[in-house]
Design a protein around this ligand. Structure first.
Ligand SMILES: Cc1cc2nc3c(=O)[nH]c(=O)nc-3n(C[C@H](O)[C@H](O)[C@H](O)COP(=O)(O)OP(=O)(O)OC[C@H]3O[C@@H](n4cnc5c(N)ncnc54)[C@H](O)[C@@H]3O)c2cc1C
Length: 330
């Protein structure tokens, strides 16, 4: 029996894929707060539809067609095409939650997938930054541009405005309190008629756990590594991690424990995390130049160096993922 601990996209994706492969799977949900709004690009949505065999998922969800970007100290406002939908995390998880049998305590646990904290003792988190995000519900000004999201960098952080229904949106404030960032805002402040209640604070700094697997367990999703929401691809990342985690579990349950396969998992995730940090480095180099940006950028650079040391020690990849299974490369 495979136990999957967690209640997010990564946990559901592992449960769905392993169940489909014929393994006995048990889901152990955990209670936690949900994000009020998640933007899923066309690419992320296509991946989710494909994996969960739901071709019509979110066909009627609110759309984002344009991104207005004011990034950098003297930047002009840029209008960029975009194509995404906005859903609440609650709605996303309700659509993807697999129906599984209840746990059978007489069946032994072969492997545990930790798609939520806490992780087993040897796992240590390596944070590369300290920024937090606050989400606030807001009303938009009359006549605000429909299907448009906004992003703006400021001296002490950045703002992201995601419309989720006509006349209303979620404001994500990263680095400082929403009020303080809005007071300094040049473009997003003008879009907002009124700020309402907050929906909590979420860590927004990149972080990775090491080791990512151990005796009979592996970590997946945000519990394994978490991304800065600025890059906007966290959900698709969690799905891709779950695809690889499920392939690893299939390999080790079929063929027995295999350090090479687990090392491959660790290296693939580390390489994905490094790509994310490299993207963050571009954004945090150009956002602004004050102490807040320099501090976060230093931490990102340390993260890149940390990943490079790990990846150099690993060497070349010796497995390939095909049709949801791992194949050794000759
Ligand atoms: C503020 C914010 C905005 C985001 N916006 C987007 C977006 O627009 N598009 C997108 O694709 N991805 C976005 N993400 C990332 C996305 O939510 C995660 O990558 C995805 O949900 C991970 O799935 P999981 O199964 O690993 O989730 P889980 O591990 O179950 O966690 C889901 C989310 O909840 C947060 N979380 C988990 N536990 C706690 C806790 N105890 N307290 C507070 N928060 C917790 C995590 O940081 C994670 O973002 C955002 C993340 C944050 C923090």
């Amino acid at each position: 029996m495979i136990v999957i601990r967690g209640d997010g996209v990564a946990a559901y994706c592992c449960a769905y894929l392993l169940g489909k492969a014929g393994l006995e799977v048990v889901l152990e949900p955990v209670d936690r707060s949900r994000l009020p709004a998640i933007m899923l690009s066309d690419h992320a949505l296509a991946l989710i539809r494909d994996i969960f065999d739901q071709n019509d998922l979110f066909r009627d969800a609110p759309q984002i067609r344009k991104r207005m970007v004011a990034w950098g100290a003297d930047s002009t406002l840029l209008a960029l095409e975009h194509s995404a939908v906005v859903v609440s995390e609650e709605l996303l998880l309700r659509a993807l939650r697999p129906s599984l049998a209840l746990p059978d305590s007489s069946v032994a646990t072969e492997w545990t997938v930790f798609a939520s904290r806490p992780l087993p003792t040897p796992a240590v988190e390596h944070p590369f930054g300290s920024r937090m995000a606050s989400a606030v519900a807001v009303s938009l000004q009359d006549g605000s541009e429909p299907e448009t999201c906004w992003i703006e960098s400021l001296e002490n952080g950045w703002l992201f405005l995601i419309p989720n229904a006509p006349g209303s949106a979620w404001l994500l404030a990263v680095g400082s309190a929403p009020d303080a960032l809005l007071a300094a805002s040049r473009v997003i402040r003008e879009q907002i008629a009124q700020a309402h209640s907050g929906a909590g604070q979420f860590p927004a700094y990149p972080r990775i756990v090491s080791p990512l697997s151990g005796d009979g367990w592996l970590a997946c999703g945000t519990a394994a590594m978490a991304f800065d929401p600025l890059c906007g691809d966290g959900t698709a990342h969690a799905v891709r991690e779950a695809i690889l985690a499920s392939a690893v579990i299939r390999a080790v349950t079929q063929n027995g424990p295999n350090d090479d396969v687990l090392a491959h998992y660790e290296a693939r995730l580390t390489a994905g995390f490094r790509r994310h940090l490299a993207l963050c480095r571009e954004f945090y180099t150009s956002g602004a130049s004050g102490p807040w940006w320099r501090g976060e950028l230093d931490a990102i650079q340390q993260g890149v160096a940390w990943c490079d040391r790990r990846l150099n020690a690993h060497g070349e990849f010796r497995y390939q993922l095909r049709d949801f299974e791992l194949h050794a490369l000759r």
